[in-house]
Design a protein around this ligand. Structure first.
Ligand code: NDP
Ligand code: 8X3
Length: 249
């Protein structure tokens, strides 16, 4: 196989695990994120050569320049995984921090758009490709204090539907994966490096692992050409809704 996957947010969590899993089934990986040293470490986890691209998805010019720098032999992108994103803060709307709001909208929504805009032309040229956006259960259900993070993931949901409508005639698949609680660096980022608080989010039940999402993505991209798993909600067995988790304490 000589397929190529372009993964945003490959320095950690879901993006990292998916890079490893797709490489195992033969994909060549373009791995992106801001932390160059993590991309170097990822290379050690993967047998074949990966192409690291270091950029901040908020920086439109950096996104354009990075993708424009792709050598011809890396431009035939089969899968775009729009995964880069995080929650920043967890506060009632009246106490929200504008910088947190801006980060979530700039990364989770605008960053996804900037990257997609640069990759879609490669897919249009070949009238083929598969875009998978990582949404969230938080893009289906709003929870208390989740306000802007939830809004950013509702936006991902709307954009996924819009992209599917607009790219359908070009033969490009567009899918969305909406995970529940996955134990990654997500909560550490949300709580600004407070590891202890982050750990409490996943205590008393078995959360999903990044590898569970990676497995699902491998399954999605290996379906026959006529099958698109358009939208999947994936929860830990202990989780029934965004806020209902069976904890055994
Ligand atoms: P992690 O914090 O482990 O990973 C986030 C990734 O996003 C990192 O690789 C990070 O790379 C990248 N990223 C963040 N900001 C930027 C930026 N400005 N520019 C470029 N890359 C950026 O969290 P997850 O793996 O859990 O999160 C991945 C996706 O999954 C996110 O979209 C998240 O919203 C979603 N999700 C997570 C769930 C969970 O419970 N964990 C549940 C549902 C959805 P770097 O810092 O190196 O730039
Ligand atoms: C991440 C899941 O419930 O922590 O999108 O918001 S949650």
């Amino acid at each position: 196989m000589n397929k190529i996957a372009f993964i945003t947010g490959a320095t950690s969590g879901i993006g990292w695990a998916t890079a490893v899993a797709l490489a195992k089934v033969g994909y060549r990986i373009i791995a992106t994120g801001r932390r160059a040293e993590r991309l170097e470490a990822l290379q050690k986890d993967i047998d074949q050569a990966i192409l690291p691209l270091v950029f901040d998805v908020r920086d439109k010019q950096a996104v354009k320049a990075a993708i424009a720098s792709l050598p011809t032999e890396w431009q035939q992108i089969d899968v775009l995984l729009n995964n880069a994103g995080n929650a920043h803060g967890l506060a009632p709307i009246q106490d929200g921090d504008e910088l947190d709001w801006e980060m979530m909208i700039d990364i989770n929504v605008k960053g996804l758009l900037y990257v997609s805009k640069e990759i879609i032309p490669f897919m249009l040229k070949r009238q083929a490709g598969h875009i998978i956006n990582i949404g969230s259960v938080a893009g289906k259900e709003v929870y208390a204090n989740g306000n802007v993070y939830c809004a950013s993931k509702f936006a991902v949901d709307a954009l996924t539907q819009g992209m599917r409508l607009d790219l359908n005639k070009a033969g490009i698949k567009v899918s969305e994966v909406n995970p529940g609680l996955v134990q990654t660096e997500f909560s550490e980022v949300r709580f600004k490096g407070d590891k202890e608080r982050a750990e409490t989010v996943y205590q008393g039940f078995q959360p999903l692992l990044a590898e569970d999402i990676a497995d699902l993505i491998v399954f999605m991209v290996t379906r026959p050409a006529h099958v698109n798993l358009a939208e999947i909600l994936i929860l830990p067995t202990a989780q029934a809704s965004a806020t209902t988790v069976k904890k055994v304490l």
